[in-house]
Ligand binder design. Structure first.
Ligand SMILES: Nc1ncnc2c1ncn2[C@@H]1O[C@H](COP(=O)(O)OP(=O)(O)OP(=O)(O)O)[C@@H](O)[C@H]1O
Length: 485
């Protein structure tokens, strides 16, 4: 069997030689070029498993070669070598279709990691070839929007470029990220999804980067963070707009350097992680308002992937509903799960502010009310929760105002004997602020859940928080869904 062949393009003879020797020692065949012209001639005459090019060449830019290789449609990964500190170059190359980059001075371990990863793309093992070819996409839908999305995911899965996924809550951002990972050369390694909005700020650094034994009180053992756990795989930063500014600085550094340091450790450790971020907020707006760092935004937003809301692809409702009902029927030990007359039409007239997750919730709930597993229009309970338009920010603001008013109203009577109740009179202070606030929070969440017949998607929207935040708060406060009778 012949070894994979690599094209190395660099005008600096020393670096070219170093790259050549390193790759040959990895058992690879190497062709070297010192100019863009030579590189183009070699590229035209041979098949390569990877092209590795410097950005500045005597007769042009490495970027031109990136564009040639990307446009060839052969799918050959091309990586660039960027000058120290020129993060902009790396981002420009990734946007132009580069697979990945290494920074000068080239750290040989980093180079080897990148090369192995590229070879998995150009020479996928049996698992990956089978996965790419045969596994049906988890993203259900035949609409033009979903077909375009699946095609884009197929292309993005082949590179290391950071992807920023945008879309409304419940539209499938995490599912899309999992799909990118599953189709990538990293599929056999971990996929770790982190909800940045659900981690208490004080714990963030430890959660992301890990800690050494004895680094702080309670650090009884050494622990890995998300970066180490995702090593070789993909790290999804969900609700990334919720990251506090101090953590944004640390994250930017980790992404740029591809190194992290555990709390209490003296040395950094390399990490090979592909970053996918997601948010339902307008991150560019967060940058304008100073809530999100421009440099991190630029770093994360190399390639944008937008998920359409369900109301803009209603033609997918039929297949989605069928798939969800099949799953619910299987979960109910093969119980029947079907739609009665007019149900699909009713669903089509609904705006689904909570998107596919809301459709799942609506159907699950309706099935609990349905006779003989046949869901009728009345079982959908869409009426009270129905919104002709997606829940607008004014509606959310109104809900938040109502919640705030409820909190004020609650302040007068004692919220409960165990809740740090005021000692006496309306103006008295609670004797435990945390307990008191918990009680207020529990009460407001319960009201929102009652108002939406325990539909968590809608309750989260009423309260202006994400579904995951609500789920996290419910777990924290021990709020459980009442048993169905
Ligand atoms: N196209 C789709 N096909 C099948 N299931 C889908 C699709 N899109 C979303 N879902 C399902 O909807 C639910 C919500 O999806 P997911 O968690 O990926 O949404 P999200 O956009 O990440 O939500 P959030 O913004 O709240 O984090 C999941 O159960 C997911 O499996």
């Amino acid at each position: 069997m012949t070894s994979p062949r690599i094209l190395v393009v660099d005008d600096e003879a020393d670096l070219r030689e170093l790259l050549d020797i390193t790759l040959v020692r990895m058992g690879l065949d190497v062709d070297c070029a010192a100019t863009l012209g030579q590189a183009r001639a070699l590229w035209a005459a041979n098949e390569y498993a990877l092209v590795l090019t410097d950005m500045r060449l005597p007769d042009g830019l490495g970027l031109e070669l990136v564009r040639d290789v990307a446009a060839s449609g052969k799918g050959t990964p091309i990586a660039v070598v960027t000058a120290y500190g020129s993060a902009d170059n790396a981002v420009v190359a990734l946007k132009a279709g580069a697979f990945d980059y290494v920074s000068k001075p080239v750290v040989l371990d980093d180079l080897r990691v990148m090369v192995r990863s590229a070879l998995r793309v150009s020479h996928p093992g049996p698992d990956l070839s089978a996965a790419g070819a045969a596994t049906p996409s988890r993203l259900i839908g035949d609409s033009a929007a979903m077909q375009a999305l699946r095609a884009q995911i197929g292309r993005l899965a082949r590179s290391m470029a950071p992807i920023a996924i945008t879309g409304e809550s419940g539209s499938g951002k995490e599912l899309a990220a999992r799909e990118i990972h599953a189709q990538s050369a990293r599929a056999a390694r971990p996929f770790i999804a982190v909800n940045c909005g659900a981690i208490p700020e004080a714990l963030m650094e430890a959660e992301f980067f890990g800690y050494r034994k004895g680094a702080f009180t309670g650090a009884a053992d050494e622990r890995d963070g998300f970066f180490q756990a995702a090593n070789g795989g993909t790290l999804m930063l969900d609700e990334v707009a919720d990251l506090p500014l101090a953590m944004q600085v640390k994250l930017l550094r980790a992404i740029q350097e591809r190194r992290v340091r555990k709390i209490g450790a003296t040395a950094e450790e390399p990490v090979d992680v592909r970053i996918i971020s997601a948010t339902h907020q307008d991150l560019a707006h967060c940058v304008e308002t100073g809530k999100f760092r421009q440099d991190l935004f630029y770093r994360l937003n190399v390639i944008e992937l937008g998920l359409p809301p369900l109301r803009e692809r209603l033609s997918d409702l039929g297949v989605l509903t069928a798939a969800i009902l099949t799953r619910l029927a299987a979960a109910g030990a093969g119980q029947k799960a079907a739609l009665g007359a007019g149900v699909l039409e009713t669903l089509c007239a609904y705006s689904f502010p909570g998107n596919v997750r809301e459709l799942e919730n609506v159907l699950e709930r309706a099935l609990a009310f349905a006779n003989d597993g046949v869901i009728e229009v009345a079982d959908l309970s869409l009426k009270s929760a129905r919104a002709a338009e997606p829940i607008s920010s004014t509606a959310a603001a109104a809900a938040a105002a109502a919640a705030a008013a409820a909190a004020v109203a609650l302040a007068a009577p004692a919220p409960g004997p165990s809740a740090g109740a005021p000692v006496s009179g309306p103006a008295a202070l609670p004797n435990s602020l945390p307990e008191y606030l918990e009680q207020v929070e529990r009460d407001i969440i319960l009201r929102a859940l009652a108002q939406t017949q325990f539909n968590r998607t809608q309750a989260a929207q009423l309260l202006g928080i994400s579904f995951r935040q609500l789920r996290y708060q419910m777990q924290k406060l021990g709020i459980q869904e009442p048993e169905q009778s």
